[in-house]
Design a protein around this ligand. Structure first.
Ligand code: GLC
Length: 566
């Protein structure tokens, strides 16, 4: 193994850098391919640092780049302290981190503690070891029910469809015990009652912190502690949270999970500035505080806007509630519309029957299940609303999480041939879910590709097929066009740096129920019009608007930032 490089210099010792950061999520396999193998890689990211710098983000969050069989897009990790050879080496990571830091951009890496992959050395040891062994004790192995243990220990189902238990073949060739997996069968759950599991993750956190990671995104942070003896004969794991008292669901958001993060916090605080973390925890707003507390991970994703419709009242309620919750905990709120698990928001907002996580098609069902037909998207409206919502988000106190491609106004690729699909939800849940591949298609960098060049993503195709219309969204063409979505994002992010001050927001009375109006310190007024009729803007200098302001009026489905001097 190569010797670790000197820790790359961090850009600032400001311990609070994360509180109002704009964080850009990179899905490494689909960002930029430097070696023409069809998969994005770390050198590809390094080559695009000038692009990221010009975009004006404060940090990048990298989805997993660790060795993986890609049974779940890299969230099935073979080795937590290495780089997938197809994506590069540890030296490539060091080079990338150094280039990002030199550009003033922080680095957040993804930690996947709920499960390893089934190729992880621990799981291989567990398979080779007998029942009751220490090696099996790192995972959740149980005997089956029935005369010969042929039935799973219970009937619980996995998130990705099908049963949550998989039977193993014992080393002597006989059918044996069962192991538990919340997600795909290639993702066996770790046993977080085992001290060795705790120790190993502390080592991993130090490993990446020493290599220059400034923070961590914690995958499925609310799922690590479980009560598998709960008396629940059959459980729809996703939908029956109501059956349990808060903090006592057998699988989700159990109170004792926080003792893990208290240990992690001690490690984060060994560094200067302390390493940061954000919990991916799909919990109610009032349960977020414990994850986001300064004694815990420090911040938690708030997916409320992502799940809302484009609607003034819903937005106002969500914003007010989350700002209040965050203030009570001492953290800052997070905001997000798109990530690698949901339909892109420029698409959701252009669909006939509303947004929600997956978007609703003409029949009111999940649009992807209805066939993901691009003809159903009102592209102009989707983009118009997405820009309005994003400009509103970028004006809020707290950190804003952006997903690669949204700065191009990219639409979801809803129609991927079955043969090209990769997401396990598609395979395990046939007919019920189509999967998340449509937001993971490699980015278009150039509009006019030479043969095989995948719109500048790489020199030799892309691991998920890019539709022809991706050409219309190419970053290169947009960079040269002052009226492009990319230019709009750049301007918004640059202004945000200038304007961002204290984390406070004052609501102003709006003339119309479809309008939200608030002011940030320094006379930075933000007006978002969710309706279709134009509305009057406050007198002042319009700094930026998501649609053209004429005669002091903001058109429908648009947001403006206005500087009003006192
Ligand atoms: C998180 C990730 C998702 C992954 C799952 C299992 O929800 O965001 O992509 O499939 O965890 O690791």
């Amino acid at each position: 193994m190569p010797t670790p490089a000197e820790p790359a210099a961090t850009t600032t010792h400001d311990a609070d850098w994360w509180r109002q950061a704009a964080v850009y999520q990179i899905y490494p396999r689909s960002f930029s391919d430097s070696n023409g193998d069809g998969l994005g890689d770390l050198k590809g990211i390094t080559a695009r640092v000038p692009y990221l710098k010009e975009l004006g983000i404060d940090a990048v969050w990298l989805s997993p780049f660790y060795p993986s069989a890609l049974a779940d897009g890299g969230y099935d990790v073979d080795d937590y302290r290495n780089v997938d050879p197809r994506l590069g080496t540890l030296e490539d990571f060091d080079e990338m981190a150094a280039a990002l830091h030199a550009a003033g951009i922080k680095v957040i890496v993804d930690i996947v503690p709920n499960h390893t992959s089934d190729r992880h050395v621990w799981f291989q040891e567990a398979l080779a070891a007998p029942k009751g062994s220490a090696a099996r004790g790192r995972y959740i192995f149980r005997d089956g029910r029935g005369e010969n243990g042929e039935l799973p220990p219970n009937e619980w189902t996995s998130i990705f469809g099908g049963g949550a238990w998989e039977r193993v073949t014992e080393p002597d060739g006989t059918p044996g015990q069962w192991y538990f997996h919340l997600f795909a069968k290639e993702q066996p759950d770790l046993d977080w009652d085992n001290p060795e599991v705790h120790e190993d993750f502390l080592t991993t956190l130090r490993f990446w912190s020493d290599r220059g990671a400034d923070g961590f995104r914690v995958d499925v942070a609310h799922g690590l502690k479980k009560d598998l003896n709960a008396e629940v004969a059959s459980l729809d794991l996703l939908h029956r949270a109501d059956l349990f008292r808060e903090g006592e669901h057998p699988l989700w958001d159990r109170d004792e999970v926080h003792s893990i993060y208290a240990e992690w916090r001690k490690v984060f605080n060994e560094y200067n500035p302390p390493r940061t973390a954000v919990a991916e925890a799909w919990v109610h707003a009032d349960r977020r505080a414990a994850y986001a507390s300064p004694e815990g991970l420090g911040q938690a994703f708030n997916f409320d806007l992502l799940e809302a419709d484009f609607d003034a009242e819903q937005f106002r309620e969500i914003i007010a509630k989350n700002l209040a919750e965050a203030a009570a905990t001492g953290t800052s709120s997070t905001w997000v519309f798109s990530n690698h698990d949901v339909v892109r928001h420029a698409t959701r907002y252009g669909l006939p029957k509303g947004s929600g996580r997956g978007g609703k098609g003409a029949d009111g069902k999940d649009w992807l299940l209805e066939g993901g037909d691009p003809a159903q998207i009102d592209v102009a409206r989707g983009l118009r609303r997405a820009k309005a919502a994003t400009l509103l988000m970028l004006a809020l106190p707290g950190s804003a999480y952006l997903y690669q491609g949204e700065e191009l106004g990219l639409q979801e690729a809803g129609q991927i041939p079955d043969a090209d699909r990769q997401d396990p939800t598609f395979f395990r849940n046939k007919g019920v879910e189509v999967g998340r591949d449509g937001c993971r298609v490699p980015l278009p960098w150039e509009a006019t590709p030479t043969e095989g060049s995948s719109f500048g993503f790489g020199a030799n195709g892309s691991h998920l097929p890019q539709p022809a219309w991706f050409a219309d969204y190419a970053a290169g063409a947009q960079a040269a066009d002052a009226g492009s979505t990319l230019a709009f994002y750049r301007r918004a992010l640059a202004l945000r740096h200038e304007l961002q001050g204290a984390e406070s927001l004052g609501w102003q009375d709006a003339s119309d129920d479809d309008v939200l109006h608030f002011v940030r310190p320094g006379g930075w007024h933000v007006v978002a019009n969710f309706g279709t009729a134009p509305v009057e803007l406050p007198a002042g200098e319009t700094l930026l608007a998501s649609a053209e302001v004429e005669g002091g009026k903001l058109p429908g489905e648009a947001t403006a930032w206005v500087s009003v001097s006192a």
